[in-house]
Design a binder for this molecule. Sequence first.
Ligand SMILES: NC(=O)C1=CN([C@@H]2O[C@H](COP(=O)(O)OP(=O)(O)OC[C@H]3O[C@@H](n4cnc5c(N)ncnc54)[C@H](O)[C@@H]3O)[C@@H](O)[C@H]2O)C=CC1
Ligand SMILES: O=C([O-])CC(=O)C(=O)O
Length: 312
Amino acid sequence: MNKKIGIIGAGNVGSSLAFTLATKAVCSHIVIKDIRENIVEAMCLDISQASNSAKSHTIVTAAKEAKDLKDCDVVVITAGVPRKPGMSRNELLLINANIMKSVIADIKDNCPNTIIIVVSNPLDAMVYAALKTSGFASNKVIGMAGILDSSRMSHFIYEKLGYGAGQIQSSVMGGHGDDMVPLTNYSTVAGVCIEELLNKKDIDDIVQKTKNGGLQIVKLLETGSAYYAPAYSTSRMIESILNNEKKIYPCAVLLSGEYGYTNIVAGVPVMLGINGVEKIIKLELNEEQKNQFDKSVLSVKELTDVLDKEFF
Ligand SMILES: NC(=O)C1=CN([C@@H]2O[C@H](COP(=O)(O)OP(=O)(O)OC[C@H]3O[C@@H](n4cnc5c(N)ncnc54)[C@H](O)[C@@H]3O)[C@@H](O)[C@H]2O)C=CC1
Ligand SMILES: O=C([O-])CC(=O)C(=O)O
C-alpha cells in the first residue's frame, strides 16, 4: 500500500512497531526519527533486511532531519522515557510532556495533515499534551492503550479458563492507569460472556491482573516496560486507519460530551478509519462501571490540570 508512516522514538516500542509494520507490509515507507542517530541507522538497516526476508515492499529509512517526516499519513510518537520498577506512569508527566512538545513542533512543521498516534506515557495526559500543542482536530490525535489493556485481559481470561485462545474478546475503558475499567460484561469467549463461564473470584482476579498488566512486566524487566504487545496493538490501529477498515477499538481520545465529559481524554471504544476517529461508540455502563469510569477520568484530569497550570 502506497502509504508513509513516521515513527518518532526508536526505542523498544518504536523498533518493535517498525519491525511489525515492515514485515507485514502494512505501508510502502516507514521513516524513523530518534535523537540517537546511530541506533536509528542500525535499526533501519536491520529492519530493511527483515523486510526483504519477508518479501515485503516496505522500505525503512532514518529521518536525518525533521523534514523527512513530510507526507506521512500517520505519525506514531513513542519518544519518551519508560518507567522503571517503583515508578508510576504519572511520574513521567513533565519529562515526557517536554519531549512531546518538541516532537509535535516537528510534526506541525512538516506533516500538518497527518494523523498522530500517541504511545508515550502517561498516555491520556500525553494525548492531551499532543492535542493542545498541535492544535490538530480531535479526530486526528489518538492514544494507544485500550487495545493493549484488552489484549492483556484476554490473556488473563485464557489463563483462568485454559481454553478459548484466539476466541476471546475483551473490553477495557477509562484512562491507562491503575483506575482503568475492565468491562467484564462486555468480555466474551466465542460470544459467551465470561460472567457465565467464571466465578466472581476468578473474574475479580482477572480485573486486578489486567490493571497491573504493565506493572507486572516492568517489575520483571527491571530496565523498562512492555513493548511487543504495545507495538502490535499500535499496528492494528494503523491498519484500520490506512485501509479505512472502520474497526472498533478502545482508544484514548478527547471527549466532547460523550460519557458526560468535555475537554477530557479517556479510553472509549471508537471507530478508526481513513479520517482517524470517525465515531465514538456509546456503551451502556452499569452504576458501578459509571463510578469506576468517573474515578478513572478524575485521575487523568489531575494530570491534565497540572499540564494546564504548569506547562502550556
Ligand atoms: N501507551 C501504552 O500502552 C504504552 C506506553 N509506553 C510508553 O512509551 C514510551 C516509549 O517506551 P519504550 O519504547 O519502551 O522506551 P525506550 O526508552 O526504549 O525508547 C524511547 C525512545 O525515545 C527516544 N527519544 C527521547 N526523546 C526523543 C526526542 N525528543 N525525539 C525523538 N526520540 C526521542 C529515546 O532516544 C529512545 O530511543 C514510554 O513513555 C513508555 O512508558 C510503553 C508501552 C505501552
Ligand atoms: O507499564 C508501563 O509503564 C508501560 C505501559 O503503559 C504498559 O505496558 O501498559
